[in-house]
Every structure is written in structure tokens, then in C-alpha cells.
Write a new protein. Sequence first.
Length: 55
Amino acid sequence: MERLTYSINETARTLSLGRTSIYALIRDGRLDAIKLGRRTLIKTDSIRRLVAEQE
């Protein structure tokens, strides 16, 4: 089964960015995040969309 979400730290490692940059992308609406309890998770499709926009 394909992963649906990544943590903030996993997303930062995947995109070679810092946590602050990930939160800024969420705030700007360029990454879609959901909250599950206290965790913030990034939707996999929004990570792919962000990368595709840069190509």
C-alpha cells in the first residue's frame, strides 16, 4: 500500500529543506497538511505536486 502522508521531518528530508521551510510552504498553501492529534502530516500528493511545479 502506498503511503498517504509523511511527517514534517520526513517531508523535510525528502525535499532537502528545513522544518521552517516546510511550515512556510504549508502556510503559503503549497503543501497540504492534516492534523491527527498533535501530529501534522503532509499529504503525499501535495509533495508530488510541489515537485512537479518546479520542473
